[in-house]
Every structure is written in structure tokens, then in C-alpha cells.
Design a protein around this ligand. Structure first.
Ligand code: AMP
Ligand code: GLY
Length: 416
């Protein structure tokens, strides 16, 4: 088989690596890929970007399976275009991708199907939103409706904060249209878990649970990032929590997908909040998480490519997904300054690393890796003991060096 993987992050490196382990796969093209995928077994980077370019390439190269990493192309409708052209692609249709692409769409969906979630209001008129903010309870969560590269959620402690957020989203238009509609949400106090899952529209099979570490500094301080590290399984996901997730979130979601005829085949990632009042759905993502993927996939025993093909063929009901009975730890090495401003172009020196090294923001030229992004490398270890997996990852950090490298020292520590 020839597989095309779309994206250029650490998540896509991990996906391409896992796909490369499938016996049926001969060749993987990564579009555009990164310095890690360029050196991965069976992989070759191809410099393609638009849906038209990708479609032409998939047709010309007789690609057997296309896998989409990031959300943007899914929301733009790449799956509908590929399917119309008779190509196999793993991902939700444009309509289904709205579950991530529009927060008001996904909240309305959750409400319609009785999914346990925070209460909310949707606004398109800033004056009405400001009036609401004056009488709201705080903290209040203010969200841009559309895709905002992970920056569209502000937890407001006061009406002053909420009005500032509304002005930025709706008047200054910082998200270029994505903040023209705004969602206000009840603040939920708890701990989060990432449950990546796969669906063919008939069943949803959850993967092993993951815990992301979102804030940039130790002790969960500082601004949110895409994720500074992850552990798997998530220690807060007790059997009780998973049962509540299954009954009150997963099953009604599946019912909604079926009833709405959504044509959903691909990943559905539930971002949940475990609180004293029970487990709530915060959000859907229609793609794998980053860095959760880097920590989750090394524990997968089953053939990842086969799972995706079975989903496309509607055969997930008959598919067993097996996991190693181990834990996994992933620590992200980032450019100093991330998620704010940071420098790029630093040479990365990796010597004798024993961890699985996934490259995120780096390119390779003549075998030399140079930084290009905020999150640069993810180091991953698995072990029977979570503590040992974490220790193994931290032992390896000195084997990776680049100027101004920054990482959290407490991945795996639980603060609540
Ligand atoms: P979202 O993109 O909706 O997942 O929001 C990004 C992050 O903001 C989440 O991972 C949470 O940390 C936080 N967040 C979102 N919604 C809420 C909420 N209702 N209550 C508390 N925190 C939230
Ligand atoms: N790490 C969180 C996400 O990928 O959305």
C-alpha cells in the first residue's frame, strides 16, 4: 500500500511511524511532513499544501489511503473532495468536522442529544453579549466559535476580562472571522482527560485515555500551549469515570452522528472535564491530539493502518483494538519563549537517545535537524510502571540539545 499522511507536526510523525510498522504498507508520503518524517522508515516528504495539490498527487501516485492529521483541512472538506474522486481517506466529512470547526454547532449538537456539557449561550451581536456579561457569574469561559489555533478560549475572572475578550474577538477580529460568533460557557472546575477514539459512524471505539499538560510552566502555571507533555493512561480515568463517559457522552454522541447522517469516519477525540459533579464533555476534536498521539500510539498493539481501513469499510464493529498493558510518558522539548515569541533555526543535536524521538517543529537538511517551531521534539517512553516511563524520558533529555531549549520538569505530576 501507498499511504499519504497530511500534516507536519509531532502527531503526524508519530502517525507515520506507526503506519510504517504495518506490513501491508510499502511507502508513506508525508505532506509536507517535517525533519522527523523525512528520516523515518518507508517515509518521504512531499511539498504539497492545497487540497487541489494533494488530490492531484493522490490520483497520480495511486495512493491507497490518505490520513489527515490536522483539523483545518478536515473543516475545509478535504474528505468530501477525495471521496468524490473515488479515493480512500480516513477522516470526517465537512459537515461532521463542524463538531470541531464551530463551537456553537458542537454545543447545539451536545444539547440536542442530551450530552453532559457546560451550559452555554451563543452571541453574534456584541452589545447583547456585553449586556449578558454584565450579569453573568464568574469565572466565565468566552470562546471564539471557529478555529483559532488553540487560542480562542479565554477564562474570564471578571466582566472587564469578558468585555476585553469580546472586543478582541468581535471588533478587532483577531481570529479573522472565527470570533464573529462567540460562545459563553459555564466554568467547570475539575481535571481534564483526552479520550481519542475511532469511529465508522456505526460504533465509536475509545482508545486508551491520555492526560495532556497544557500550561507552559511547571505546576500548571502560565498560558495554555498546544500541550507540553502527556501521560497514558490518564490516572483520573477510573472505571467509574470511563463508565459515565461511555453512557452520558459516547453513546449519545454516536446516536447524534447516526441520526444526523453525518458521514463520520475517522478520529473523534473527546476532551472531557472530570468534576465533583460528574464528567462533562468540554469539546470534540475531529483529529488526534498532539502530544497525546505521541504517547498513545506506542502502546497500540493492533495494526493502526488496518484499524483505519476497517473504519473506512464500516467494519469497526468486528475490529478488536488491543493495547499494551503499560504506561507511556511524553515530554515536549520546546523553543524558549513558546507559546509567545521564540527564535528558530537552531541546530538540534541528538546523541544516544534511548527514547522514541518524534520531531515536531524541525526540518532536516543533509541529516542536520534545525528548529522551525515552538514545540520541537517529543521524547516518549513506555514501561510497565508509569513512574519508570517518566524517569526514562527525563533521563534522556540531556541527549537532546539545542539553544534555548525549554521543557516542563513535572510531566506526570498531578496537582488536583
Ligand atoms: P476547548 O478548545 O473548548 O477545549 O478549550 C480549551 C481549554 O480551555 C480546555 O482544554 C480547558 O482547559 C479550558 N476550558 C474550555 N472550556 C472550559 C469550561 N467550560 N470550563 C473550564 N475550562 C474550560
Ligand atoms: N493537546 C490537545 C490537542 O491536541 O487538542
Amino acid at each position: 500500500m501507498k499511504v499519504l499522511v497530511i500534516g507536519n507536526g509531532g502527531r503526524e510523525h508519530a502517525m507515520a511511524w506507526k503506519i510504517s510498522l504495518s506490513k501491508a504498507v510499502e511507502k508513506i508520503y508525508c505532506a509536507p511532513g517535517n525533519g522527523g518524517t523525512s528520516m523515518e522508515n518507508k517515509c518521504e516528504n512531499v511539498d504539497l499544501d492545497t487540497i487541489e495539490e494533494l488530490l492531484l498527487f493522490a490520483k497520480q501516485e495511486n495512493i491507497d489511503l490518505t490520513v489527515v492529521g490536522p483539523e483545518v483541512k478536515l473543516v475545509q472538506g478535504i474528505v468530501d473532495v477525495f471521496k468524490k474522486n473515488g479515493l480512500k481517506i480516513f477522516g470526517p466529512s465537512k459537515v461532521a468536522a463542524q463538531l470541531e470547526g464551530s463551537k456553537s454547532f458542537s454545543k447545539d449538537f451536545m444539547k440536542k442529544y442530551g450530552i453532559k456539557t457546560a451550559s452555554y449561550e451563543v452571541f453574534q451581536d456584541i452589545e447583547i453579549a456585553k449586556k449578558y456579561a454584565e450579569n453573568a457569574e464568574y469565572p466565565l469561559v468566552v470562546k471564539a466559535d471557529g478555529l483559532a489555533a488553540g487560542k480562542g478560549v479565554i477564562i474570564c475572572e471578571s466582566c472587564h476580562d469578558a468585555i476585553k475578550a469580546l472586543n478582541e474577538f468581535m471588533i478587532d477580529d483577531v481570529f479573522k472571522g472565527a470570533g464573529k460568533t462567540v460562545v459563553f460557557e459555564e466554568f467547570l472546575d475539575g481535571v481534564e482527560a483526552s479520550i481519542l477514539s475511532v469511529t465508522d459512524g456505526n460504533v465509536i471505539i475509545p482508545f486508551i485515555s491520555a492526560k495532556d499538560h497544557k500550561q507552559v510552566f511547571d505546576k500548571d502555571q502560565g498560558p495554555n500551549t498546544g500541550g507540553m507533555g502527556a501521560i497514558v493512561p490518564n490516572p483520573y480515568c477510573t472505571p467509574e469515570v470511563l463508565k459515565e463517559f461511555h453512557d452520558k457522552i459516547l453513546l449519545p454522541t454516536l446516536e447524534g452522528i447516526k441520526t444526523e447522517n453525518m458521514d463520520y469516519c475517522g478520529i473523534i477525540f473527546f476532551g472531557i472535564m472530570i468534576t465533583k459533579k460528574g464528567t462533562y464533555l468540554l469539546e470534540y476534536n475531529v483529529r488526534m491530539g498532539d502530544p497525546e498521539t505521541q504517547a498513545v500510539l506506542p502502546l497500540l498493539i493492533s495494526d493502526f493502518t488496518e484499524i483505519m481501513l476497517n473504519a473506512i469499510d464500516g467494519k469497526l464493529k468486528y475490529t478488536k483494538i488491543q493495547w499494551k498493558k503499560e504506561s507511556s510518558s511524553c515530554v515536549v522539548l520546546a523553543s524558549g519563549g513558546y507559546p509567545g515569541k521564540y527564535e528558530t533555526g537552531k541546530t538540534i543535536d541528538i546523541k544516544n537517545a534511548k527514547s522514541k524521538v518524534f520531531v515536531a517543529g524541525a526540518t532536516a537538511a543533509s541529516g542536520i535537524l534545525k528548529t522551525t517551531g515552538g514545540r520541537v521534539i517529543a521524547l516518549v517512553n513506555t514501561d510497565k510502571s508509569l513512574e519508570e516511563a517518566i524517569r526514562a524520558t527525563y533521563r534522556d533529555i540531556d541527549n537532546v540539545k539545542f539553544d534555548d531549549m525549554y521543557y516542563r520538569r513535572d510531566i506526570g505530576t498531578l496537582y488536583k
